[in-house]
Design a binder for this molecule. Structure first.
Ligand code: 6PG
Length: 244
């Protein structure tokens, strides 16, 4: 059964940041390193900023942390849409000499397909054994997408998908690079980070409904229930019958 943490909005970033820090400390003490796949979008920025500030920032040997991206937009790393740029601004640029190992999607290649293939090779090389990631951070879109796995995406039907795929945003029609469900589920812990009343209906459908993954890609969590945690603020959890 997946676990649900409902947090007051003002406390959300700190509670999630503490959860991430304790997961990092546990991974490093047990396995000598911690591999994290970072969520993009607007929700995690405040959380990443908290990680980069005392006292939390001092509790981690960042040189033993490996950072990956759960998805990326097909833009240059200095584009305002870039998830790399968002992580650089909120976390990496604040860490000073405490630098983690960074494995970003290479969006300077000729095509999104080449970038997805190369990123899959990077993940296979850096994290060769399952489960690959110690911590998978994910957001949820108002259409039920997660990472850049959008409703109807072909990869949701693939029986033997690659670790990373090229997808397309359904409205913007812009290319995206995304970890596949196979890569996402190859994680010791999966945290969904969801804030705001605009997500409340979707959160209720994903956690309490039974719609298929093709309709609501975030429902891939059902295959990993025992190590999935939903961190919701009280607004996003508004429609839930189940409150823990
Ligand atoms: C992205 C994300 C995406 C995001 C959700 C939620 O690149 O946009 O990876 O999956 O997590 O769309 O986005 P918000 O946090 O902005 O609501």
């Amino acid at each position: 059964m997946s676990k649900i943490e409902i947090v007051e909005p003002v406390l959300f970033a700190g509670v999630v940041a503490d959860e991430i820090i304790s997961t990092i400390e546990e991974a490093i003490s047990e396995r000598g390193s911690c591999s994290i796949s970072l969520a993009g979008g607007s929700t995690p920025g405040a959380i990443y900023r908290m990680l980069a500030k005392p006292p939390r920032v001092e509790n981690v040997d960042w040189s033993k942390v490996k950072l990956f991206w759960g998805d990326e937009r097909w833009v240059s790393p200095d584009d305002v849409q870039s998830n790399f740029k968002m992580v650089h601004e909120t976390l990496l640029s604040q860490l000073g000499s405490r630098q983690p190992q960074i494995f970003a999607v290479n969006t300077s290649l000729d095509t999104p397909l080449q970038a997805a293939k190369q990123y899959a090779e990077v993940i296979q090389k850096e994290l060769p054994t399952e489960p690959r990631f110690d911590l998978m951070l994910l957001g949820i879109g108002e259409d039920g997408h997660t990472a850049s796995l959008f409703p109807g995406a072909q990869v949701l039907r693939d029986k033997n998908p690659a670790l990373c795929v090229a997808t397309e945003h359904p409205e913007e029609k812009k290319p995206r690079i995304s970890l596949s469900p196979r890569a996402i589920l190859s994680s010791r812990r999966i945290l969904f980070l969801v804030k705001g009343e605009a997500k409340a209906d979707m959160v209720q459908r994903i956690i309490e409904g039974n719609e298929p993954v093709e309709t609501l890609p975030a429902c891939i969590y059902r295959e990993a229930q025992d190590h999935v945690y939903f961190f919701l603020d009280s607004a996003a959890a508004l429609k839930l019958k189940r409150q823990s």
